[in-house]
Design a protein around this ligand. Structure first.
Ligand SMILES: O=C(O)CCC(=O)C(=O)O
Length: 280
């Protein structure tokens, strides 16, 4: 392991997160944002496809497929998870300019239906993530908790699928603001207590949350669940490995992603009183 990787792994083991990690230059981050926004504009009248684009950009845009395989992304993911790494998801968290949307305190792995915690998120800023624009807040050391109870509140402005909130006390005084420049990433554990507030700025706040897992994991959504292998090998066959998009927003890719999304949503909303996506 090189020095950066071992520092990252040590801080991550202590705190449950590391940031900032430089991934893209500001110009590269801008180009990625422009590509996404061109896609959003082209789908302005098709909200179903636009939400698939926001939920699964690496399945639909070659530029985001390049991001999830970027050597610096893979180096950070393998520093945490070891040599064999797959991409479970690449969803975007977008807060439009001057909007009240927020993310309540939660632990990521609560409803994903994965059987272990060998998962890590690299959240890549595609616009400035500041206190004013609603950057994430992390509570150091809380990744050592197992999954604690959450309450589904379905808050109108909550970007989480069920508006789920931690049902235990959160020591907010200890929380750290995860301020990132475009192109920088934070790295966080799937049990870490985290949240984020509204965007009070005149620009969109855009983050790509790339979720990496190990191939030995199993998912309740089953072996049909589609995944990219980005490092090492898959010696388990617990998932269906797919290639990245060959072209921008191909019809065939939308169809595949829609089917995969339906499989995943069955698990995400298992037992929920409502099913709705505020995030899209
Ligand atoms: O983008 C945000 O504000 C929240 C993202 C988040 O909760 C996550 O990536 O796990």
């Amino acid at each position: 392991m090189n020095d950066i990787a071992s520092t990252l792994a040590l801080d991550y083991a202590r705190d449950g997160f590391v940031f900032p990690v430089d991934i893209l230059t500001p110009g590269e981050a801008r180009a990625l944002r422009d590509d996404l926004e061109a896609g959003e504009a082209a789908l302005a009248n098709d909200t179903t496809k636009r939400s698939l684009l926001r939920g699964y950009p690496a399945r639909l845009l070659p530029s985001f497929y390049d991001l999830v395989r970027h050597p610096k992304m893979v180096a950070a993911a393998t520093a945490v998870l070891g040599p064999d790494v797959m991409v479970w998801g690449s969803g975007l968290f977008i807060k439009e300019a001057n909007t009240p949307h927020y993310v309540s305190w939660h632990q990521d792995l609560t409803y994903w239906g994965l059987n272990t915690a060998e998962e890590v998120t690299l959240w890549v800023a595609l616009s400035p993530a500041t206190v004013e624009s609603g950057c994430m807040r992390f509570v150091p050391g809380t990744h050592r908790e197992q999954i604690v109870p959450h309450t589904d509140k379905f808050g109108e402005e909550n970007l989480l699928t069920r508006g789920q909130e931690l049902a235990v006390e959160v020591n907010e005084a200890d929380a750290v603001d995860v301020v990132l420049q475009p192109g920088q990433a934070s790295v966080h554990h799937g049990h870490l207590f985290h949240a984020s507030g509204p965007n009070t700025t005149g620009d969109r706040r855009i983050g790509a949350a790339i979720r990496y897992i190990v191939p030995s994991m199993k998912a309740r959504s089953g072996p049909e669940t589609e995944m990219f292998l980005v490092a090492g090998e898959d010696r388990y066959g617990h998932f269906t490995l797919v290639d990245g998009p060959k072209e921008r927003m191909a019809e065939a890719d939308f169809a595949r992603v829609a089917a995969d999304s339906a499989r995943r949503n069955n698990i995400l909303f298992e037992g929920a009183a409502q099913t709705r996506f505020n995030r899209r």
